[in-house]
Design a protein around this ligand. Structure first.
Ligand SMILES: [Zn+2]
Length: 474
């Protein structure tokens, strides 16, 4: 298949309080016909006739549009698709239908515990009016009703916002297309995409104020949230909001700690908790999702799936985490370097042996990397590989992971009777309190347990992953 992806460096962080979800709504409306191909279904029907598909998603800092199609139809498809960035119609009579489409996506997400918890964190522990604490999905209320409070419609908001935030100056295009020569492909792309307007802008007019820092900063830390979930099972999450680590991709310090904390072998947190029969699963690190890794902050979080006894002992479960962190503070330089190099090697092996992705996924990933990495050499591997060791940077992360500086979320149906707040957008039920000073103190003074230690050297890591040539037959 041939494919293309376009990333526009404007997303949910760029929208206004009077019309939340506008970036997502814009992503929907762009597909509704263009001046050159006014029929709303032109691209869809063209792609379905030619084994293709198209999609898009809105992130916090950017919006990613993509499609694929049979190679002999690529040039034609590219022309129809490119018109969405050149001259989209975004007609008034499509507005209500697309608000409904966005609303139904919201309805599907609304009962998901992961989405609800995110929205609760935004409401409960982030500063109001900070771009990070917005309602990014959009629904009928935010898109259709809220603009009326300032005597505007969703249509007005869209046509005001779009030219302020969409310009060729901050779009990145990737195509994957054979069998034509690179020169030929470049000529086609230039012919079509040189028409995308720049509007003489160097940056989006609604570019967020990046100097604000994390929405968690300086307030509401050390909170305990109890959440009443839709799914069965008990979990505890502990999270820290750190300064953005996006630019430190060469070291990936959060990956280092996620790997160690989430390790499940001898000496690990999980093996200790399993022996106590308190927890049976762990996830640790930074998922790379936009809400956890953006220009404002980077999150390091740990989630345990707890047993009934584990839920009763949630504070003791987290005391084990602090004990482990204390052990890591005393890790020798030699051990830290050894483990770092092993993780680096694992990622290099994963990278070298991974299966080929579909053409469209390649384009999606590469277009995002073009935004994230200034160095073009890293556009294909910057997300996956680890490049440099930086002892100070690694040790600096531990300074943020303190008992005074965390948010804890307990999730269990046992909390039905004690949750007294209903989150505004998704309706998740929760309560919020300060973590008690006794709890914070007991975590800060957690003794280093002799059962906790870092993994020993992994002698099974391949030194050479080249495929062996056949032995000559005798
Ligand atoms: Zn959508």
């Amino acid at each position: 298949m041939s494919a293309a992806a376009m990333v526009v460096h404007a997303g949910s962080f760029h929208e206004k309080a009077e019309c939340q979800g506008l970036a997502h709504f814009c992503e929907h409306m762009i597909f509704m016909g263009s001046k050159k191909y006014p029929d709303e279904n032109e691209l869809d029907s063209f792609l379905s006739r030619n084994s293709g598909s198209t999609n898009a998603f809105t992130e916090l800092e950017y919006t990613n549009y993509h499609f694929d199609v049979a190679p002999d139809k690529f040039r034609e498809g590219l022309d129809i698709w490119a018109q969405f960035f050149i001259d989209p119609l975004m007609k008034e009579d499509s507005v209500e239908r697309e608000v409904t489409a966005v609303h139904s996506e919201f309805e599907m997400a609304k009962t998901d515990d992961y989405c609800r918890k995110l929205q609760i964190i935004q409401e409960a522990v982030m500063k109001k009016d900070h771009p990070q604490s917005g309602f990014f999905w959009g629904n009928r209320k935010s898109l259709w009703d809220d603009p009326k409070t300032i005597k505007k419609t969703a249509y007005d908001m869209l046509h005001d916002w779009y030219p302020r935030n969409y310009s060729s100056s901050w779009m990145k295009l990737v195509i994957q297309f054979s069998p034509h020569s690179l020169d030929e492909q470049q000529k086609w792309v230039e012919e079509v995409f040189s028409l995308v307007p720049s509007r003489n802008l160097q940056k989006a007019l609604d570019e967020p104020d990046w100097s604000l820092g994390s929405a968690f900063k300086g307030q509401n830390v050390s909170k305990l949230i109890k959440y009443f979930p839709t799914a069965d099972g008990h979990t505890v999450d502990i999270m820290w909001s750190l300064p953005s680590q996006k630019e430190f991709f060469r070291v990936k310090p959060l990956h280092f700690y996620g790997w160690l904390i989430g390790h499940e072998g001898k000496g690990s947190i999980l093996s200790y908790l399993k022996q106590k029969d308190w927890a049976h699963e762990i996830y640790a690190g930074n998922s790379g999702q936009a809400c956890e890794m953006n220009k404002y902050h980077s999150e390091l979080s740990i989630q345990f799936r707890l047993t009934d006894a584990g839920l009763e002992n949630w504070d003791n479960v987290l005391a084990v985490v602090f004990s482990y962190l204390k052990m890591l503070e005393t890790l020798s330089e030699e051990d830290q370097l050894r483990i770092f190099n092993e993780i680096k090697k694992i990622e290099a092996i994963n990278w070298a042996t991974k299966e080929d992705k579909k053409a469209m996924q390649n384009c999606i990933d590469a277009a995002e990397s073009m935004i994230d990495f200034k160095d073009s050499k890293r556009w294909l591997d910057g997300d996956d590989l680890i490049f440099d060791y930086d002892s100070q940077m690694l040790r600096g992360i531990l300074n943020h992971m303190t008992a005074k500086n965390c948010t804890v979320i307990l999730s269990s149906k046992n909390y039905e009777s004690c949750v007294d707040i209903v989150e505004e957008w998704m309706g998740g039920k929760y309560s919020i309190d300060d973590l008690s000073s006794e709890t914070i103190e007991s975590w800060a003074n957690a003794p280093v347990l002799s059962e906790l230690f870092v993994p020993s050297s992994n002698k099974y890591l391949a030194e050479d992953i080249k495929v062996k040539e056949d032995e000559p037959s005798l």
